[in-house]
Write a protein that binds this ligand. Structure first.
Ligand SMILES: Nc1ncnc2c1ncn2[C@@H]1O[C@H](COP(=O)(O)OP(=O)(O)O)[C@@H](O)[C@H]1O
Ligand SMILES: [Mg+2]
Length: 234
C-alpha cells in the first residue's frame, strides 16, 4: 500500500530524514519507533506532502505521490492524525468530525461514519456539542483519530497518540487502534513509547538520527538485545 524509497528530507541545511526506505502492506499495522528528534514526524509529514523532500520516492497503491499537493494525497486515501492532536478548538466535536470528511460528497454515509466514530469513542458522543478546545487531552486525541477516520482512509497515520496521556486513557486509545487493525484498516503508527507500539504492531522500524537503524517483526524487535537496551529499559 505504501512504499518509501531512499527518502531524504531537509530543513535548510539539516537533513532530518536520510535515505529512509520502508513499506506497509495492506491491512498491516507498522510502527516507527525512535527517540525524540529521530525524524518520525518528518517522515509522516513527507508522506502527507507537507515536508520539504530533497530526494527519494513515495508510492501509494502503485502510484507515485512524492510531489503531490497535500489535498491530492488525502484524496489518495491517506489520513494523518498529527502529533499534538491539532483539533479545531473553537469548533464543536461534531463539527471537527464533519471537517474530517470535507472531501466527501456522500452525505448519508458521512452520517453513518460519524455514528461509527461515536460508537468507537462513546465519550465523543456525550460531548458532541462541546467545543473541542475544552476537551481533555485524551478526548482531543480520540477526536483527532475520529476526524482522521472520517475521510475513510486506506492508510491511517497516527503520530504519538499516547503522548502526555494518563495510562488508563492510553490503554483505551490503544484498544481502539487494535480494533481498527482487526477490522482491516492499514495503520502506520509513530511512537516514542516503543514498548506500547511493539505490543500492537505487526512490524517495526527503529529510526535513529534520521536513518533506519533496525527493522523487523515487532516480536523479533521486542526480543532484540539492542532494542531492549536502548528503548525498553525502564
Ligand atoms: N520545521 C522544522 N524546521 C527545522 N528543523 C526541524 C523542523 N521540524 C523538525 N526539525 C528537526 O528535524 C529533526 C527530526 O524531527 P522530528 O521529525 O520532529 O523527529 P521526531 O518526530 O522523531 O521527534 C529534529 O532534529 C528536529 O529538530
Ligand atoms: Mg514527532
Amino acid at each position: 500500500m505504501l512504499r518509501i524509497e531512499g527518502l531524504t528530507v531537509a530543513y535548510g541545511g539539516i537533513e532530518a530524514v536520510r535515505g529512509v526506505s520502508l513499506d506497509v502492506a495492506e491491512g498491516e499495522l507498522v510502527t516507527i519507533v525512535g527517540n525524540n528528534g529521530a525524524g518520525k514526524t518528518t517522515t509522516l509529514m513527507a508522506i502527507s506532502g507537507v515536508a520539504p523532500i530533497r530526494s527519494g520516492r513515495i508510492v501509494i497503491d502503485g502510484a507515485e505521490t512524492t510531489r503531490l499537493a497535500p489535498h491530492a494525497i488525502v484524496a489518495r486515501g491517506v489520513a494523518h492524525c498529527p502529533e499534538g492532536r491539532l483539533v479545531f478548538g473553537r469548533l464543536t466535536v461534531h463539527e471537527n468530525l464533519r471537517l474530517g470528511a470535507y472531501q466527501r460528497k456522500d452525505g448519508a454515509s458521512v452520517r453513518q461514519d460519524i455514528d461509527r466514530v461515536y460508537a468507537l469513542f462513546p465519550r465523543l458522543l456525550e460531548r458532541r456539542t462541546q467545543l473541542a478546545g475544552t476537551l481533555s487531552g485524551g478526548e482531543q486525541q480520540m477526536l483527532a483519530i475520529g476526524r482522521a477516520l472520517m475521510s475513510r482512509p486506506r492508510l491511517l497515520m497516527l503520530d504519538e497518540p499516547s503522548l502526555g496521556l494518563a495510562p488508563l486513557i492510553v490503554q483505551r486509545i490503544f484498544g481502539v487502534i487494535r480494533q481498527l487493525h482487526a477490522e482491516g484498516v492499514t495503520i502506520l503508527l509513530v511512537e516514542q513509547n516503543a514498548h506500547l507500539a511493539l505490543t500492537v504492531a505487526d512490524r517495526a522500524y527503529v529510526l535513529e538520527t534520521g536513518e533506519v537503524r533496525l527493522a523487523g517483526s515487532a516480536k523479533a524487535l521486542i526480543d532484540n538485545p539492542e532494542v531492549r537496551r536502548a528503548y525498553l529499559s525502564q
